[in-house]
Design a protein around this ligand. Structure first.
Ligand code: AQP
Length: 332
């Protein structure tokens, strides 16, 4: 069975893009793969996190993943800071990766924006830690949203350079698994910007904890254009907001843009938004309810994470120790 690793940051409440681009696929992959799913709190602090909120966000995210259907007994669910092997390998990778490679990362450019001199060095070296997260388990498949493709290419560059530098065939090649019509869900306020849990505008995203009224309001306010929905997919060209809403609908009904337009082409946004709201409420309602139920017992969530960390550590330790031996560290 192939081993999968994937992570999600406890940097806020998980949003619809996290669910459609990642978590929903994580659940499906449990049937056919050995899965490690990680709440990546080390990554989260690459941008400022309120210390009083971070631990609770970690619990909330774990609860939400369990509510979505992650199975912590058949697979492994844990928080990153609890398994030190990630950091040991990340340091080695900091010394393997080249500045030029990291300089090309579009996520860094987007997140740093004009304030490049003032962002943390952790934000810059984030892809090296991400490579370590995956390779410390010799995982070969990584289900992620489309936005992470470039980071996975970099992880492969790091693995290959390590193998070349040390004359070994130690780290495997990683294969991104980018799935579904909603591989990239866009902001409800701007169809050219990705939906994000840390977007300052609450109206830009659907949170997995939103109730029916919040979902209805956010979809009603979602930016659109004055034209009705087209009947053909080509009619979505140059209409990013229309494409985004039909993409969300398609992902939730396991169809594609063409399928949605066959059903809704020619309708105005008023009608389509009503149908989309009903669908979102039906799909997300049970998740938010179960998340709330789990959060009432934080001790159980913590013990799930503790057990996952123990099992993850047992897999990662021999691999990081071998990497350290290859590098030439003296074991005393
Ligand atoms: N809008 C999105 N569409 C599709 N997939 C998405 N993912 C995130 N946003 C979208 C996927 O969710 C997984 C976990 O992401 P993450 O939380 O580790 O980091 P992120 O991609 O930076 O997500 P956010 O919500 O935008 O977080 P913040 O605001 O903290 O930066 C990844 O597989 C990602 O592709």
């Amino acid at each position: 069975m192939q081993r999968i690793f994937s992570g999600i940051q406890p940097s806020g409440i998980p949003q619809l893009g996290n669910y459609l681009g990642a978590v929903r696929n994580w659940v499906a992959l449990q049937d056919s793969h050995e899965c490690l799913y990680c709440v990546v709190d080390l990554h989260a602090i690459t941008v400022w996190q309120d210390p009083a909120a971070l631990a609770q966000q970690t619990r909330e995210l774990a609860a939400s993943l369990l509510a979505c259907g992650i199975d912590p007994k058949g697979h492994i669910l844990f928080n990153q800071s609890a398994v030190h092997a990630h950091l040991r390998l990340a340091w080695i990778f900091n010394c393997v990766a080249r500045m030029g490679w990291l300089n090309r990362m579009t996520q860094f450019k987007e997140k740093a924006g004009k304030d490049r001199e003032n962002v943390s060095t952790g934000l810059f070296t984030y892809p090296n830690l991400m490579a370590a997260d995956i390779l410390v388990y010799h995982a070969t498949r990584v289900p992620v949203g489309d936005d992470q493709r470039q980071h996975l290419e970099l992880a492969n560059d790091i693995a290959q350079k390590f193998n070349r530098d040390y004359g070994v065939d130690f780290f495997p090649n990683i294969e991104p698994m980018i799935m579904g019509p909603a591989a990239r869900v866009m902001s409800l306020r701007d169809g050219t910007k990705k939906m994000s849990k840390s977007d300052p505008s609450e109206q830009s995203r659907i949170n997995l904890t939103d109730g029916a009224d919040e979902i209805a309001l956010k979809i009603r306010r979602a930016k659109t254009d004055p034209e009705p929905l087209p009947s053909e997919v080509e009619g979505l060209d140059g209409r990013p907001e229309a494409r985004n809403l039909t993409g969300i609908y398609a992902a939730l009904t396991d169809t594609d843009h063409a399928g949605v337009l066959r059903e809704h082409g020619g309708k105005g946004f008023g009608d389509f938004k009503k149908a989309l709201t009903d669908l979102l409420v039906a799909k997300l309602g049970p998740i938010s309810e179960e998340t709330r139920r789990l959060l009432a017992d934080p001790g159980t969530i913590e013990s799930v994470l503790r057990d996952g960390a123990r099992r993850a550590e047992a897999l990662a330790t021999p691999i990081v120790e071998e990497a350290e031996r290859l590098v030439g560290f003296l074991k005393v």
